[in-house]
Design a protein around this ligand. Structure first.
Ligand SMILES: [Zn+2]
Length: 207
């Protein structure tokens, strides 16, 4: 006799019988014609949950649908399965297969002095500040990674900030700002800013 969890396994001459440990009720019987005892899921009752496929396994068998689809299919066809929770975030195939974009390439830009290249973007705050600011201009120096942030009430204020920042850099560091890396938002890509810097435009939502 073999003990396994809450049930016992009794090996007879031509079959393997699983009995409930407390009640000794028959849970499953596996007939054999040789040395192997095949397990058939249809023979298992609710108490023999160890034999049932998990929700995660059915998720993979059904081609990785979402949780609602898996549970509705299992209910509709009355498929018995272990009631473990299914978290799609833990399925590696789903995470890889449902990506909508490839990873970004590593940047090959190399700078040798401060203010040679500045990265800038405007962040829109979902909440208006107490002082009435809704936008924030973020400027990062590529060489030093030093960062400045400027609150804005309108995106059109970007040019005025750039003019003052250009003067600040020129006065304190005696160097011009050479390149500006930004997306092609109109707050950056306009003639007034082109007169100040050489702008390098990147695609929207790209680093
Ligand atoms: Zn999946």
């Amino acid at each position: 006799m073999m003990e396994a969890g809450s049930s016992t396994l009794e090996q007879l001459r031509t079959c393997l019988v699983r009995l409930d440990l407390k009640t000794q009720a028959l849970i499953a019987r596996h007939d054999s014609t040789g040395d192997l005892y095949p397990l058939h899921e249809a023979m298992a009752t609710n108490s023999a949950s160890a034999f049932l496929a998990s929700v995660n396994l059915w998720h993979r068998r059904l081609g990785h649908p979402n949780s609602q689809t898996v549970s509705s299919l299992l209910q509709h066809f009355q498929i018995p399965c272990r009631k473990d929770s299914h978290d799609p975030a833990l399925c590696e195939a789903c995470q890889r297969g449902k990506h909508v974009r490839l990873p970004f390439h590593l940047s090959k830009t190399s700078t040798f002095t401060p203010f040679e290249l500045l990265h800038c973007d405007v962040w829109t705050s979902p909440v208006l500040s107490v002082s009435g600011y809704k936008y924030y201009l973020i400027v990062v120096d590529d060489f030093t990674h030093y960062m400045w942030s400027f609150p804005l009430k309108a995106k059109s204020d970007v040019h005025g900030i750039f003019v003052k920042f250009q003067q600040f850099v020129s006065t304190h560091f005696s160097t011009p700002i050479r390149f500006l890396q930004c997306d092609n938002g109109t707050e950056f890509d306009n003639q007034r800013n082109r007169d100040l810097f050489l702008a390098r435009l990147s695609a929207p939502f790209a680093p």
